[in-house]
Write a protein that binds this ligand. Structure first.
Ligand code: ASP
Length: 286
């Protein structure tokens, strides 16, 4: 049995279908999650991940991605990368071909180019228009934290092996150089075959402060099922982090037995679940 999870209705569906296609053509778990996220990144109609997603406040698109293998805790990430897609594939190269965990900014882009990625224009006319409208709007003077961005975070389980991965353009119109939880191990993703895997989406600052994904895995290590583990993370965030009450912060998890859970501090969250090709979307409310 292979179980794959993917966040948010629209980008999550693109990702989970591509991931399952890869799995069926004998892809390993890492190939499967990479294929899912790469498909979502390369779809210019998804304006929150990869090509054609919303830029930072200066109109530059900076992408973050991460991937982690639960068998040996190997992981790789990139953050604030411009003009390269799919960045999930660069994160995988960091994991497999370097002794490091993360490469950042222009140096990550240089590394990608050395590895054969072609730099390209990642903005589309549609998002340039959105950015120009934002520049003219009163929204501009507000703090960016009240929006969130349909980050695609994925978890996978097959034959007792687990993996987690995430890709995002971060918060729309963010401050240049801002990095959220998604490429940070323990915050945006975590996977440990001994226990399970977890991922996050929503306000990256709050999720990072909570080390939300690692915390969910640790709650499962203490014996909680995934649903209760995620609820415990959210309860703790609501109790300790005033802003988590105002900003949607989601954590979701899967244990070694394929049980799934999710919780959010606010609003509703959609999670795609694929069990050997049977796909369903489940909604979770605060
Ligand atoms: N967690 C992402 C970030 O803060 C955004 C999101 O998931 O909506 O960069």
């Amino acid at each position: 049995m292979t179980t794959i999870l993917s966040t948010w209705k629209e980008p999550g569906e693109v990702a989970i279908r591509a991931a399952w296609d890869k799995r069926q053509s004998d892809g390993g778990l890492i190939d499967t999650l990479e294929a899912g996220l790469a498909a979502a990144e390369l779809d210019p109609n998804l304006i929150m991940i990869g090509l054609g997603s919303l830029p930072n406040s200066e109109g530059d698109l900076e992408l973050d991605a991460s991937i982690m293998r639960g068998s040996d805790l190997m992981c790789g990430a990139v953050c604030a990368v411009r003009n390269i897609v799919p960045v999930i594939s660069v994160a995988r190269k960091v994991m497999e071909d370097t002794p490091h965990v993360m490469l950042a900014g222009d140096q990550a882009r240089r590394y990608a180019i050395e590895k054969g990625f072609e730099p390209r224009q990642t903005l589309t006319a549609q998002v340039i228009n959105r950015w120009e409208e934002w520049c003219e709007s009163p929204e501009r003077i507000k703090v960016y934290e009240h929006t969130h961005s349909d980050t695609v975070t994925m978890l996978g389980l097959t034959n007792g092996k687990m993996a987690a991965a995430s890709s995002t353009s971060g918060l729309p119109f963010k401050q240049p150089g801002r990095v959220g939880d998604s490429p940070i191990f323990g915050a945006g993703i975590y996977a440990d075959d001994e226990i399970g895997a977890a991922g996050a989406t929503g306000n990256g600052e709050e999720l990072w402060k909570a080390v939300a994904s690692f915390r969910a895995v640790e709650f499962m290590r203490q014996g909680l099922p995934p649903q209760q583990a995620c609820e415990a993370v959210v309860q703790q965030m609501l109790r300790r982090q005033a802003k988590a009450q105002e900003l949607p912060c989601v954590v979701f998890a899967m244990n070694r037995d394929g049980e799934v859970g999710a919780a959010t501090t606010k609003d509703t969250f959609d999670l795609w679940i694929c069990r050997d090709g049977d796909m369903q979307m489940q909604s979770f409310s605060a």
